[in-house]
Design a protein. Structure first.
Length: 694
């Protein structure tokens, strides 16, 4: 404004002033009142113009301030939208990964369904052929029956005519005399007496078996030899299949079961399809096992003896002593139905990857019952409680791949072994055969089940375990985690480590890999899994709950695909459990239990990381702390042992109904499938926070 005054108004005024005193005087004379009024009015106009300019400038300054404020707000909105777009993009990437995983899972299931359909078509074709053949045989049998009836009627007429003649009646005494002589010379009277005496001896419970067999075989055997059965190992009996296609060996491990061994052997040689090898494996018996086995060598039975002191090791000795493609390990106190081998071969050959053929079981002895096994193999039932007996037919190649029979102490070695076979990809199919399973108090399985030592029976204390840890880059916590791994009490040679590093920190990863290279564990797998938000695990959980759940779902899906053991032990990188946590947790497993967790609380709220479910499937947010081992609706994955087969058949996700990966897992397993989750309050874990910076 001052500049305007100096450049415009002031020069104008100067022009109007007289230059000399004379001109000034003349001007003063000539200026009239009208001119002064005009100048005053002009001056007032100039002042008003100046005021308007000042007002416009103030307005422009205010507009400028508003523009700067609007620009700042717009920039803030752009930055916020950019962050939201980045979060949405990360969420879409996670969702796409989940879709890809689900598509791969669906492809695998589809391929398996196609294989099942092909097998069913093959079975249908074979069944139709069998029915056609049976119909043809029925017609032939009917024709033969008609011819037999005709011959029978003709023969009856001839006999009636012959018996009515006088010569037949006159020579009757000569025929009786001849029959008596033949009986004496051929020893039939003796064999008839032996048969009657054996029936009486059996009715009295077969007392003094060793003495009776010594008298029959050694004292009287030279005069009246024991008749051999029709089977001869060297012949080409119609019950024998082509060795190149269906070679079957039966291995009979025996320890002081001589009283039952004869029945087991007899059931083998009563088969409609006979084995090419029968081996009795005597594991240090002190009864008449050796005698019974050697008395059956004429049938082709081989006898080997050792001091294995383990039924699993004895079975492996029989495995090594045979060459057949398929094997049956028959306990010496059990028996086979006559069609057991035939039906098992028919079933196991339906699938190219058929590794096991199992059957129903007829219990006899102290318990008489019929045990029906699943028509189609059910991994849930098998994982919780074995329904495939040790006598299941097994393919040699599958058994060798599984490392032969487990021979741990006080475990169901057959169950442990079959789990290993199936984890390799071999399939179990049901056979139409039948096993006669003897129940008696001397059975090891009977003792274990009677004492309810489920974890021992399942082999959990002697089986390998996978320990899974997800590391988020908490460098302050890694020394404590490493110390726990070094000192925890479960055998390191039975533990496989899987470490998933999500830190994205090269220095942290180098530190972890260096420790892994020096550890004494059976093996380890180190994987890097970068995430879109650094240090996400330590972000405010309420603000990043969705991102954390999606990342965790992806991580635990990777763990589930990599873990191959019966049980999987999960440990979070801010949890420090007791050194004996794993053995104590697995001791609480039972048939319906799917997981057992240690006890720890939230770092902020201090409440237990566990919950229950209401009747409508909604989660109760709080769980009251108790004592000992309690059933819960679910728990966190900070320190928990879960059945491996359950994990391998689960896809973790952060969608409905709970929008949380661990809660969705337990909603399906506990609330829907009615399995049990347990928490052991005595296994108390420390849930640590980062130290405050000074």
């Amino acid at each position: 404004m001052q500049q305007f005054w100096d450049s415009v108004i002031h020069p104008l005024l100067e022009k109007r002033q007289p230059k000399t005193e004379q001109s000034a005087a003349a001007a003063a004379v000539t200026v009239n009142e009208k001119e002064r009024d005009a100048m005053a009015q002009e001056w007032q106009t100039i002042k008003e113009g100046r005021d308007m300019l000042e007002l416009e400038c103030a307005t422009l300054i205010k507009e400028r301030e508003k523009w700067f404020l609007a620009r700042k707000i717009l920039l803030d909105d752009v930055q916020r939208e950019k962050r939201e777009l980045e979060h949405d993009r990360a969420a879409l990437d996670l969702h796409w990964s989940q879709v890809v995983l689900e598509r791969q899972t669906l492809r695998v299931k589809t391929e398996e369904a196609h294989r099942t359909i092909d097998a069913a078509k093959h079975l249908k074709s074979e069944t139709e052929k069998t029915l056609a053949f049976a119909h043809e045989e029925q017609q032939k049998l009917h024709q033969n029956l008609l011819e037999l009836r005709k011959n029978f009627n003709e023969t009856t007429a001839h006999l009636e005519h012959l018996l009515s003649t006088k010569s037949w009646r006159y020579t009757l005494w000569l025929r009786k005399l001849e029959a008596t002589a033949r009986a004496v010379t051929s020893g039939r009277i003796a064999y008839t007496v032996f048969g009657a005496l054996k029936d009486i001896w059996t009715d009295f419970g077969e007392p003094y078996p060793t003495f009776v067999r010594w008298v029959r075989h050694d004292v009287l055997g030279d005069i009246w030899p024991v008749h051999k059965p029709e089977y001869d190992p060297g012949n080409t009996d119609s019950r024998l299949r082509d060795k190149s296609n269906n070679t079957v060996a039966v291995v009979i491990p025996c320890h002081n079961y001589g009283a039952y061994l004869g029945d087991a052997i007899d059931s083998v040689f009563s088969q409609t399809v006979l084995p090419i090898e029968v081996v009795v494996v005597d594991d240090g018996s002190t009864d008449n096992t050796e005698e019974i086995a050697k008395h059956n060598t004429y049938r082709g039975v081989r006898y080997i003896r050792g001091e294995w002191q383990s039924v699993g090791a004895a079975r492996n000795a029989g495995l090594d002593a045979t060459e057949a493609e398929f094997l049956i390990f028959l306990d010496a106190d059990d028996m086979l139905h006559a069609r057991y081998i035939e039906a098992s071969l028919d079933a196991i050959r339906l699938l190219p990857n058929g590794g096991l053929a199992y059957t129903d079981q007829q219990y006899f002895g102290t318990q008489n019952a019929y045990h029906t096994t699943p028509e189609h193999f059910d991994w849930r039932k098998f994982d919780a409680d074995n329904h495939i007996s040790a006598t299941a037919m097994v393919r040699r190649n599958a058994l060798l791949q599984a490392g032969k029979f487990s021979h741990g102490v006080n475990q169901a070695g057959d169950w442990v072994t079959w789990r290993r076979v199936l984890r390799l990809g071999w399939k179990a199919v049901k056979s139409r055969g039948l096993l006669f399973y003897r129940q008696h108090s001397k059975s090891m399985t009977h003792d274990l089940r009677a004492n309810r030592i489920y974890p021992k029976l399942a082999g959990f204390f002697e089986e390998p375990v996978t320990l899974c840890i997800a590391l988020s880059g908490r460098a302050w916590m890694w020394p404590k985690t490493a110390k726990f791994l070094e000192d925890q009490t479960f055998p390191h040679l039975l533990t496989e480590l899987i470490v998933l590093d999500t830190s994205g920190d090269p220095a942290f990863g180098t530190m972890v890999r260096d420790w892994l290279s020096r550890c004494d564990y059976h093996g380890f797998t180190y994987l890097e899994e970068p995430i879109c938000i650094a240090h996400l695990a330590d972000m405010p959980r309420e603000s990043y709950r969705r991102e954390v759940s999606e990342v965790c779902a992806r991580m635990y899906n990777r763990f589930a695909r990599l873990a191959t053991t019966t049980l999987v032990f999960f440990l979070e990188d801010d949890i420090v459990p007791p050194l004996d946590a794993y053995p104590r947790l697995i001791a609480s497993f039972d048939i319906p239990v799917v997981s057992v967790s240690g006890f720890y609380t939230h770092r902020e709220s201090g409440i237990p990381v566990a919950w229950t479910w209401s009747d409508d499937g909604t989660k109760h947010p709080h769980f009251s702390q108790g004592d000992g081992i309690l059933e819960v609706g679910g728990n966190g994955f900070g320190c928990v042992v879960i059945r491996g087969e359950r994990l391998r058949n689960t896809v973790f996700h952060s969608g409905p109904p709970t929008m949380n990966f661990d809660q969705n897992f337990y909603h399906q397993v506990v609330w829907q499938e009615k399995q049990k989750a347990m928490i052991d309050h005595t296994v108390e874990c420390a849930h640590l926070s980062a130290p405050e910076e000074s």
